[in-house]
Ligand binder design. Structure first.
Ligand code: P6P
Length: 325
């Protein structure tokens, strides 16, 4: 089934507004354009540094800037989109006065992987515009529970779109005609897993409950967990989340002591919230080690958060260890 046929059927089945479907199509259109840039790499002069930085204090890659421009230009020309917020923009960008939706995105997540041809992705989150009248930043500061659409496009071995409107998680693969065709439906995650993803080089910076949890995994079948675990770390959240949706696992980017002002590395609004909604829609769990991520009331567009997400049994164990202190 094509994405267009799926959207038509899903809209009828779940009474989704026309404007939301239009917003989804516009996001996918932008990501298809990004995919065409990404896949050519050096052949289209899109690799390397842009020579600029963003509000996160990060050096931008050329593709970060290109992907951001494609998302903004496409969404600003979409009547249903009232405004957008990007990881690469200091504040929000206004869209159509007639728009009903706010689109928040990380245009290209995993940028450190671009020049070495490892999977990267675009992450998006859609919220309803809460008030009539002129848009303000506080309109974006809604908890993840308010999302009406979320997903990502993974530019990997295949280009895959994964999304949810709150009625299950669906995956689509881009074909040689640049059309997305559904390849998985109603994706679910196993509650148990033997695979974890974390950047182990930060071990010395973690709080004790996180170290204790990881020590248990490393002890394998000789320890309290009674089974051996495998580890993966791609340094691209989209690739990690996709792997977990395909075969289970747990992904962690915990709070650490390197910068006490930052409760984590990942951004709540356009990384943690959309990915947490996908994972929970697929039957998994997602917390900041203390509370469900989707219940966090945002205080800033670019605020960071600790992220523990994936197979429910592991997320529960990490969260329990932190609540016991
Ligand atoms: P580290 C990419 O920069 C990102 O935001 C996520 O996609 C990824 O999971 C994480 O940071 C990687 O962080 O510290 O391992 O480079």
């Amino acid at each position: 089934m094509s994405l267009l046929s799926f959207l038509e059927q899903h809209q009828k089945q779940h009474h989704l507004p026309d404007d939301l479907i239009q917003t989804a199509k516009s996001i996918v259109n932008a990501c298809t354009q990004i995919s065409q840039k990404v896949r050519l790499g050096a052949l289209s002069d899109v690799l390397g540094e842009a020579g600029s930085g963003n509000i996160q204090g990060e050096a931008q890659k050329k593709l970060d800037v290109i992907a951001n421009q494609i998302m903004i230009q496409t969404l600003q020309n979409t009547n249903s989109v009232a405004g957008l917020a990007s990881e690469e923009e200091d504040t929000f960008v206004s869209g159509s006065e007639k728009g009903s939706y706010l689109v928040l995105f990380d245009p290209l997540d995993g940028s450190s992987n671009i020049d070495v041809n490892i999977s990267i992705g675009t992450i998006f989150s859609v919220l309803p515009k809460p008030n009539s009248g002129s848009l303000k930043e506080s309109d974006f500061l809604q908890s993840g529970a308010n999302q009406v659409l979320a997903g990502y496009v993974l530019y990997g071995v295949q280009t895959q779109l994964v999304l949810t409107f709150g009625h299950g998680v669906f995956a689509f693969t881009l074909n040689d005609k640049n059309e997305f065709i559904m390849t998985k439906e109603n994706i679910t995650i196993p509650a148990e897993t033997a695979e974890f993803a974390i950047n182990m080089s930060n071990y010395r910076h973690w709080e004790n409950p996180m170290r204790d949890y990881i020590d248990e995994l490393l002890a394998g079948k000789d320890g309290v967990r009674g089974k051996n675990y495998n580890m993966r770390w791609v340094a691209s959240m989209v690739a990690e989340v996709h792997r977990i949706l395909m075969r289970g696992g747990v992904f962690m980017y915990p709070k650490d002591h390197r910068d006490p002002s930052k409760p984590g590395k990942l951004r709540l609004m356009y990384e943690a919230n959309p990915m947490s909604w996908l994972i929970t829609q697929a039957g998994g769990g997602a917390t900041n080690a203390m509370q469900a991520i989707l219940t966090i009331q945002p205080t800033g567009l670019h605020q960071r958060v600790a992220v523990i997400l994936g197979s429910q049994e592991e997320v529960d164990r990490v969260t329990r260890k932190h609540s016991q202190g």
